[in-house]
Design a protein around this ligand. Structure first.
Ligand SMILES: [Ca+2]
Ligand SMILES: [Ca+2]
Length: 237
């Protein structure tokens, strides 16, 4: 299923403050720009859309060839500047904003805004969990919360980060004593163990490992390995 929502970023006070200091024609401005977020789920997990705000996007880990893929998110942006004029020719791309997350090579598209300031980009593959931002010419316009079954690089606490290079869905994702699924079993506390709640039922449990009805858990992607891209900053290259 898919769901659409429109996010208008920013606040009047913030816009007023920015207008007084850094407003520049032709520069993307969050408070006047809009994001239309469409999440398509494979398979459907309505709880990821109804139980969490913002909605959770479950991403296929790097290198996975699993069919069906996990979720896919498309964001259509209309980019405007601080004076409410559309910005054409802006580079639109995803970047890792926070948490332990890295977009996989080939896991997202980029685009350039058209004459109406519109562009659409999609994201389907990343490892880790956290927030992924949508950036236009290096300015963050909105973000989405993401989770994947690939939560670490190996079996020791030192390998709880993802970084770059290759990563795999393996036994250590389940058994790492600090950042494995087993170590995070229990009711979800946001900011503590929500990144492991793959099926969004507000608890980390065996169903996140096995997948309900055999789908959507760690085991569905077990053994998948691939290359994580360089960390993508919102700053222009
Ligand atoms: Ca892993
Ligand atoms: Ca769960």
């Amino acid at each position: 299923m898919s769901k659409k929502l429109i996010v208008v970023m920013g606040m009047v006070l913030a816009m007023t403050a920015c207008l007084a200091t850094v407003a520049t024609a032709g520069i993307p401005f969050p408070a006047t720009s809009t994001c239309t977020i469409t999440i398509t789920q494979f398979p459907t997990r309505l709880q990821c859309l109804t139980s969490w705000d913002p909605d959770v996007v479950r991403l296929t880990p790097a290198g996975s060839t699993a069919v069906p893929v996990f979720d896919r998110v498309s964001i259509t942006v209309r980019v405007r500047d601080a004076f409410n004029a559309v910005v054409s020719g802006a580079l639109v791309a995803y970047s890792e904003q926070s948490g332990i997350v890295n977009i996989a090579n080939g896991g997202a598209t980029t685009a350039t805004t058209d004459a109406a300031g519109l562009a659409t980009v999609t994201l389907h593959a990343a490892s880790g969990y956290g927030r992924v931002a949508l950036c236009a010419d290096g300015v963050q316009l909105c973000n989405v919360q993401v989770r994947s079954p690939d939560v670490n690089k190996g079996s020791t606490p030192l390998l709880c980060g993802l970084g770059t290079a290759s990563s795999a869905v393996a036994g250590s994702d389940i058994t790492n004593p600090t950042c494995g699924f087993l170590a995070n079993f229990g009711p979800v506390t946001v900011g503590v163990n929500d990144g492991w709640d793959i099926n969004c039922d507000n608890a980390v449990s065996g169903s996140d490992v096995t997948g309900l009805l055999g789908k959507g858990g760690v085991l569905q992607y077990f053994g998948d390995t691939g290359t994580l891209g360089a960390l993508n900053s919102c700053a222009l290259p």
